[in-house]
Design a protein. Sequence first.
Lengths: 369, 137, 357
Amino acid sequence: MNIEVRDRSEAPVVALLPTAIADCDIHHSPKDLKRIYPYLERRWQQHIAEYGLIPRQAYQAGPAYAKGQPDASRRDAWPPSGGRPGSDLAFMAEHHLDPNNIELGVLNMIRPHPGAFPNLDLSAAVCRALNEWQIAEWTQKDRRLKASILVPYEDGPAAVSEIERCAGHPDFVQVLLLTRTVEPMGQRRYWPIYEAAASASLPVGVHAFGFGGSPPSGGGWPSYYIEDMVGHAQSAQNALTSMVIEGIFERLANFRLVLIETGFAWLPALCWRLDNIWAKLKSETPHLKRPPSEYIRDRVWLTTQPMEEPEVRKHLFDIVDWIGWDKLLFASDYPHWDYDEPARALPLAIDPAQRTKLFIGNAKAVYRI
Amino acid sequence: MSKHVVFPLKDLPPGNRKVVNIGGRPIVIFNINGEVFALLDRCPHQGGQLSYGQLTGLVEASEPGKYCYSRPGEILRCPWHGWEFDVRTGKSWCDPSRIRTKSYNVAIEPGSKLVEGPYIAEVFRVTVEEDYIVVEA
Amino acid sequence: MNVASLGGIDCDIHPALPALRSLLPYLDDHWRDAVIQRGVHELNSIAYPDNAPITARTDFRSSGGRPGSDLDLLRAHTLDHFGSKAAICNCLYGVQLLFSEDMASAFARALNTWIAREWLDREPRLRASIIVPLQSPERAVDEIEHWARDQRFVQVLLPAMADLPYGRRTYWPIYAAAERHRLPIGIHAGSSYRHPVTAGVGWPSYYTEDYAAQAVGFQSQLTSLVCEGVFSKFPNLRVVLMESGCSWLPAHLWRLTKYWRSLRMEIPWVDRSPTEIVRSNVRLTLQPIDTPGEEELLKTIDHIGTDGLLLFSTDYPHWQFDGDEILPAELGADLIRKITVDNPLETYSRIKETLSS
């Protein structure tokens, strides 16, 4: 019998997935911020050297919730050549894209997403630089990858400029916001962004995280990182409620929304609740012509990660049946630690038609690939 | 199951780990302060390679706020979702009765014992002067 | 369904204070004078705008009085109508929303006294939650100790959201007192608005969003109570979520338990699965039933993994159902009995004891 011995330092062994899939949430990042300087005015390079990238949170380095693992990443995702997880395209291809047979990978830049910076001019400048950089260094170099347009989302007009500048490029498949905005994202200050995205026939992707300045719970500041993490499902529910109730879907006939990294099992209960409440409080929102769940059914998609894990595995498919098999987009969240492995994330086998939709068909339809 | 002489002990100093593949099964072997442990190198959750995980101690609490740290280096956290496994038994900490990764019997055997057989040594010659890692898998 | 024969325990009704002046007889000289001298306004929360549709069902509004303020009507509309053996009064007059702890303490005492004198003393089927001044946990404990001897007070009432998440140790003296006196902690929909009512996305524009956000607020609170170890420290404490809905619960438990498996070392005092903890220590009142039909409700209960968590409620006079459609008859007699009688009696030992005597 052959025994193969290897040290831990050697490249990990991964098996090849037989069918091609789409991964609708991959996180790339510059090795260090200087990589984007070729696309950033000197004035902003100077600013960053003096002041850094100041967020709406206590620490320069990040939130006051210490994470569970370094850089909130899988421990095996650190590139052997150096740099943080997600910063090395060649390693990402070898470690994740190739073995998982990823035909379409949607890159969502959240480290950083400058849309969350309170300095709006800085936000606009860094968004622009990152957008240029990610096309030059990622999507043009690996044609499986598509990118999301970063916008200074707290500044409507500036965000519109960036959308209009970027929208023509075929490597961009959506406009990217983060869930925890300063005000609920359905409010008027954000409407120009949605109008511009809809004009360009691009969906808006809203990814978990961000920092709008209010506590991640309506009852105040939690103590623990686990609460912050679990709380993204709550934030997503409020953000989606705002989008529906403020009437964006009624206002813009072709506006589409993708919720990213918020999980999905919470959706049916929210739809039922919104329908129930709207039925009673209709007089408050005469601009809404249809029940909330219908807008959601028609115009909202969700990525699957982090997939909820019921004790009784088939319960998850009750949820998917309620949501619709055409509404979910598989995502891994590579290289983060709460990653969903394409070959193992689903709790039970599904039929080929469902599999095709979930793993690639829905993504290609939503992103018009 | 049979016993396999996988490599000399000197190839696995304390604080290190090595992965062997026996009959298609990846098995990670740890040397923790001179004691050796062997686990299936696959997390039962989504298949992450445990050999990439951190060895840490056991964190418990007698009551909220009172962290208690013991058994340094004996808890393996999966490099993906951080599930904790006791290296001695392979059992998970959150649900020991239902969630575990397989643990294998592993021992340090002197060459003098091994030259007599019937253990299987692959690829290298066993000498009486050295100690070897022997995994039953 | 013949609702008059339900014979259950109604775990959430809302007798209403007609107006602030109704509290004056129960305030001391200083506060009575302050109310008048300073022109203190009504303390009705934005959580239930007076004339908004959910605040009161049309047929529960009579000409003149505030819905829920008339005992005879309350008897007719809910106690007699649904054949309830007992009903728990959760008075939502917003004394807990004041910033001053002194004022909140005084007004809480007055409100609890008003409830005891004008409701509990007059109708033997009624029970009540003790309204406590959260602004000061010490004084909240005083309020609990003051009323605990009166077995008709069966719970401690908290609004859905306050200054800190409810798991935080600041509030633990309240839980200690409640556990000591076998009083569940009842958390009722309606924020105290110290923070935007949403989970980190700011103040919404519409009341519709606010009402929807209450369920989300409950999710955050449940996370906090579990993660901070409230049920490790107070294993006999029960928490009842009121007017929260229940259809969100399974997905929330799946997510919370998934993350606990990964991050257990951050909160090692949570030594068993959050799903197990919630099944043993948390209950939810029935209204509003957000599921569209009995199939979804039955599936939700199946997903929760136990039928022991739901507690019958009418939520009178809020508008949650039409006519007598209080719960689907298709649930079956056994489950209906569990929800209307068994689960409430198991949760409220004080009610169990006083009903049988």
